[in-house]
Design a protein around this ligand. Structure first.
Ligand code: FAD
Length: 306
């Protein structure tokens, strides 16, 4: 295991500690704000307009996950319906992303299904698209099942995310391409054991390229969500060498990271979408960002002294 992988594992472990969480919630909000567009929908919509003016599309995420009571899911569902309406009223270029455990997947899968169905139906009315983020492996199959079930019901404006670090990924991609489910391809952000996931970054990147190729070679539209130049430059080269149009895929990056590069990709004619979170439940999202890269932690430490 190299030092970056060790750093990631240690940080993900520390962030699960209750005391660390309490201290961060008390003192860390300002530091987390770098990665979050605001507390409210109004702030997020204004920021979407700003990014759209630079040629960057958005996927809007209302922060929340791992709810403890099913009643919380109702609030999240209603907020998603409001934000889908808000996007339509404002006329901005944004779809939405949500987390299955925010809609109750860990508590009551059937209730989660009907919450997500309500959100996807509302998006369909506005000709918009819902991305179901992928969480850790206890939820992988259940998330895929929800998406396939919605497609079978004719709600095809919903897609999900596939994580290159999982051994099962290639089979999932084959099945989901056959079912015409749109995918966002990522490396994977959670702490997963060696029994189910590659532990070496080189193996993750090899698998990542393999599943990207599976899309590009078949002409299936895909979203490649990464800040890694080794991946981004490879995709640009591969597309150019195989005469694959820049419209056949999109890049995605997270709000607050590589914003200048996001603008540059747009100027270079690539489709680029920014994953923009808003809301007050920022802790788990924030700690995953710190775990991804020592430089993200360094950026936060520097901000502490500004
Ligand atoms: C839009 C989006 C949606 C996502 N959705 C999910 C999801 O649903 N489920 C999930 O498990 N994961 C998700 N992820 C997270 C993903 O799985 C990875 O954990 C995360 O993207 C880190 O991997 P990376 O490829 O971006 O680069 P990393 O592995 O973090 O970094 C690799 C290299 O990229 C370069 N780099 C990275 N960040 C920067 C930077 N800020 N500035 C300059 N260079 C940089 C550096 O050279 C670095 O060494 C999502 C990521 C994105 C971008």
């Amino acid at each position: 295991m190299d030092s970056t992988e060790l750093y990631r594992k240690v940080l993900l472990s520390i962030s699960g500690n209750t005391l660390v969480e309490k201290l961060s919630l008390k003192y860390g909000k300002k530091l987390a704000s770098k990665f979050i567009s605001g507390d409210t929908l109004a702030e997020a919509l204004a920021e979407i307009e700003n990014l759209n003016s630079k040629g960057i599309m958005v996927t809007l995420d209302h922060l929340g996950e791992g709810i403890k009571q099913l009643s919380e899911a109702t609030g999240y569902k209603e907020e998603y319906i409001r934000l889908i309406d808000g996007i339509a009223e404002r006329g901005v270029n944004s779809n939405v992303s949500l987390k299955p455990t925010q809609m109750g997947l860990a508590l009551d899968p059937e209730a989660c299904y009907s919450n997500i169905r309500a959100v996807v139906s509302q998006a369909k009315k506005h000709n918009n698209f819902v991305r179901i983020d992928m969480e850790d492996t206890p939820f992988t199959q259940a998330t895929i099942d929800i998406v396939l079930r919605l497609h079978a019901e004719g709600l095809t404006n919903v897609g999900t995310v596939i994580q290159a670090y999982l051994f099962r990924t290639e089979e999932d991609v084959k099945q989901l391409i056959d079912a015409k489910v749109k995918l966002r391809l990522v490396k994977g952000a959670y702490k997963e054991p060696g029994t189910v996931a590659y532990q070496q970054m080189s193996e993750v990147i090899n698998n990542y390229k393999k599943i990207i190729r599976m899309h590009l070679d078949k002409g299936v539209y895909t979203a490649i969500a990464s800040h890694d130049d080794r991946v981004i430059e490879w995709v640009k080269d591969y597309a150019a060498k195989h005469s694959i149009s820049k419209d056949a895929f999109e890049f995605q990056m997270l709000y607050g990271l590589r914003m200048n590069d996001q603008e540059q990709l747009a100027r270079d004619g690539y489709r680029i979408r920014c994953y923009m979170p808003y809301g007050t439940m920022w802790y788990p999202y924030y700690t995953r960002r710190l775990a991804e890269k020592p430089a993200n932690l360094w950026m936060v430490v520097k901000n502490m002294f500004k």
